[in-house]
Design a protein around this ligand. Structure first.
Ligand code: SER
Length: 316
């Protein structure tokens, strides 16, 4: 029986793009998408889809067995700002979701990808060029769940030999799909508003510097770490992966080069506090050395590409 790849949480910002890319690389019928909601319009008719709750581990295990799934990308989670609003349900989804899938990976011999985040760091972490191994005292529900998740991943690898691989994503920016409930979301919204109304009100202050990554790089990093030989994955908690850092003021200036009458104003809200607890830049030399991570997009190149695509209607 042929082997399949399963993406859980396929409707999200990463999921929609990752499923599309995996189907392009591995064939449509070999990549199974699942989400708690109905299939995303971008994925309709592009391959197998099951509507399933990640917390229903029996249903997920059934899909894994029936389709000979050998790799799982677990993307079902709530992002930082939403987690602060829905503390207990966020914890249940982010944590029980991971533990359930780690057990399936252990029982069924499946390779697992699970995303961590810059949110594992906190106010006591050095914020400039944050090292791979450093103080991790997150003060957000999301960050606590990501840190605990990293510990569980390493534990399942060491105790049970689960081949689990993980990246600490910075803020992710793409034109096909929008994030929801995150602190770095402004860097996506700003493009849509720049095109729609030529102005944007940022919920982070002008000089809030955060690490960011363009989606094509994030997809290459994600599929890249899953594809390398197991012995090259030396860190089984999660790897720092970086590409660029910028502030709302800097991205606005870059957009203004394309849309000269674009204007930005600042109205920081509760997300400012979250952003202020995260790194401004982080050191990803372990990922570069261990398994060859290399980014392609900086702010200039990303802005060009985002505006190019957003000016065109999205093909369904
Ligand atoms: N992009 C995420 C957020 O803002 C962080 O991983 O919540």
């Amino acid at each position: 029986m042929k082997e399949s790849i399963l993406v859980i949480g396929s409707n999200g910002q990463i999921g929609t793009e990752l499923v599309t890319e995996l189907r392009r690389q591995y064939g449509e019928s070999n990549v199974i998408a699942t989400d708690i909601k109905e299939a995303h319009p971008l994925l309709l008719g592009t391959g197998p889809f099951y509507q399933v709750d990640v917390l229903d581990t029996h249903a997920v295990a059934d899909i894994v067995r029936k389709n000979n799934v050998k790799q799982i990308y677990l993307l079902a989670a709530l992002l930082s700002a939403t987690c602060e609003q829905k503390v207990k349900s966020a914890w249940r989804l982010n944590m029980d979701g991971l533990l359930g899938i780690l057990d399936i990976a252990r029982e069924e011999g499946v390779k697992l990808f699970w995303p961590s985040s810059i949110a594992v760091f906190g106010p006591t972490t050095p914020r400039v060029n944050t090292p791979q191994f450093t103080i991790t005292e997150p003060n957000t529900v999301y960050g606590i769940s990501k840190l605990a998740g990293e510990r569980w991943c390493e534990y399942y690898h060491q105790k049970f030999g689960v081949d689990v691989r993980s990246l600490r994503y910075p803020g992710l920016i793409g034109w096909k799909s929008e994030p929801g409930g995150g602190t770095t979301d402004y860097a996506v919204h700003i493009f849509h508003e720049a095109i729609r109304s030529h102005k944007y009100v940022s919920f982070l202050s002008a000089d809030t510097l955060l690490p960011m990554m363009y989606m094509p790089d994030a997809l290459r990093a994600t599929i890249g770490i899953m594809d390398v030989d197991a012995e090259r994955v030396k860190i089984r908690s999660s790897y720092n992966v970086a590409a660029m850092s910028f502030t709302p003021r800097e991205i606005a200036a870059e957009i203004s080069k394309h849309i000269p009458d674009f204007s930005i104003s600042y109205h920081p809200d509760s997300r400012q506090q979250i952003a202020d607890s995260w790194p401004q830049s982080f050191d990803d030399s372990s990922a570069r050395t261990d398994w060859g991570w290399k980014h392609e997009f900086d702010l200039v190149k990303m802005t060009d590409d985002m505006l190019l695509h957003l000016h065109q209607p999205i093909a369904g």
